[in-house]
Design a protein around this ligand. Structure first.
Ligand code: PMP
Length: 442
């Protein structure tokens, strides 16, 4: 049965429906990213400007997906457009080192506390893969500890503990130890019992961009235990880097890991990734005079598009704006206004739930009555399951798109969002909640 929300979605998006009919004979599920699957069909976008984007049917959408978290300046920021346009005229790949990559690397060193050395990639997946490998080369050990549902990209090791495990050798998965977060005694026991742990990697605000938060005190505990056992601590700052604060979650919480993976905001909206950290660990890539070392112990690393000039042009421009203008402060203020708006709305409508999140990330949780500090909202797994109810979330996604809001139960704010964009999103959410109530979903 088609719900009124779905029917309205179908009516508002005929052009997207038409494209999807073609796309599903080209791409599995009709899409090019698991996260863009949407029933009955996804939207097809044409262009973006600032906080807004448009779909093929001419609908204007306030964007809270924000390039999967890579845009904090807004779409087509004029400085980024100018830098990339200029670089395009000069060449997009000169098969050579460049001034741009030096500046880009220096900015990472200046902003991210652990970044003594840097190596660029094209994505966050590559950055976490390289981080794990460097830690293994550095320590001479094999195992990596990760936490339940923490996402580190789609490479074989990162996939452990997740779903979609087809094609992964069990030998590969057996090198990963997956633990529940927030219990330091389990971490210490795993390190002791195994004796072959090279590194521990985590999303430093919690799984799925902080959707399942960790206790902030857990970070300090991890730092202490990993240091004591000589285990490399990797913060996956692909989302939190340049967002949770200018220096990432490590600066925000004052806990410096040994390494950090970066991507998203790093690339200014173009593909880009980096692993950074202690010189001794990142230098496992460095060649030496010892042929035996170079062959068997050095970490080899190529990559056609590492530090490519277009990404470097966009990335240096974005990081310069992050470093010298109140980009984070504005995005954070917008998120704070949104959280307040949502929490007021929920009280007014007497709907159980809350809006929480750190810095410029807002999570809307419905269906659970509870207390939290509206920043780090830790719920029981049972309550999380209620809040994450798939049927409700699906209707919420479509309902918000019908109102010209691309979000879901997660909203990422940008400096480009105006207060009006926030207020419009809150009001639109109120209308969707009324519809959800009509469907018995809240
Ligand atoms: N780590 C985290 C924490 C992420 O959120 C993501 C992507 N959402 C990745 C790694 C992978 O990055 P990419 O998509 O650039 O490969």
């Amino acid at each position: 049965m088609v719900t009124p929300i779905e029917q309205r979605y179908i009516n508002l998006h005929p052009g997207s429906a038409e494209r999807y009919a073609t796309a599903k004979d080209i791409f599995p599920d009709g899409v090019t990213h698991d996260g863009r699957r949407l029933s009955p069909f996804p939207i097809y976008a044409t262009h973006g400007q600032g906080a807004h984007k448009w779909d093929v049917d001419g609908n204007r959408i306030i964007d809270y997906w924000t390039g999967h978290g890579s845009m904090i300046l807004g779409h087509s920021h004029p400085d980024v457009v100018a830098a990339v346009t200029e670089q395009m005229k000069l060449g997009s790949h000169l098969s050579a080192s460049s001034d741009l990559e030096i500046r880009w690397g220096q900015q990472v060193q200046e902003l991210i506390p652990c970044a003594e050395r840097v190596r660029f990639h094209s994505s966050g997946t590559e950055a976490t893969m390289m981080g794990m490998r460097m830690a293994r080369a550095y320590t001479g050990k094999t195992k990596i500890i990760k936490f339940d549902q923490h996402f580190h990209g789609w490479h074989d090791y990162a996939s452990a503990g997740g779903s979609g495990l087809g094609g992964l050798p069990k030998e590969t998965l057996s090198t990963m130890i997956v633990l529940p977060p927030n219990d330091i005694s389990l971490v210490e026991k795993a390190i002791q019992d195994d004796g072959d742990v090279a590194a521990l990697i985590l999303e430093p605000t919690g799984a799925h961009m902080g959707q399942i938060p960790i206790k902030p005190s857990f970070l300090g505990e991890l730092r202490e235990v990993t240091e004591r056992y000589g285990v490399v601590l990797i913060f996956d700052e692909v989302v939190t880097g340049f967002r949770t604060s200018k220096g990432g979650a490590q600066e925000y919480y004052g806990v410096t890991p040994d390494m950090a993976s970066l991507a998203k905001i790093l690339g200014g909206g173009l593909p880009g990734g980096a692993i950074c950290g202690k010189a001794g660990i990142i230098n496992t890539i460095q060649t030496t005079d010892d042929p035996e070392y170079n062959q068997f112990r050095r970490v080899g690393h190529n990559g056609t598009f590492n530090a490519n000039p277009l990404s470097a042009a966009a990335g240096t421009t974005a990081l310069n704006l992050v470093a010298t203008t109140p980009v984070n402060e504005i995005a954070n203020a917008r998120a704070a206004r949104m959280k307040q708006g949502f929490n007021d709305l929920l009280s007014r409508m007497e709907i159980p739930g809350c809006a929480s999140g750190i810095a410029s990330v807002v999570f809307l949780r419905l269906g659970v009555d509870h207390q939290c500090d509206k920043e780090v909202c830790i719920m029981t797994p049972e309550d999380m399951a209620v809040a994450g109810d798939a049927a409700r979330t699906a209707q919420l996604n479509l309902g918000l798109l019908n109102q010209g809001i691309h979000a879901g139960n997660r909203f990422l704010t940008m400096a480009a969002h105006s207060e009006d964009d926030i207020d419009e999103a809150v009001e639109a959410t109120g209308r969707v909640l009324t519809d959800l109530r009509g469907l018995g979903l809240v």
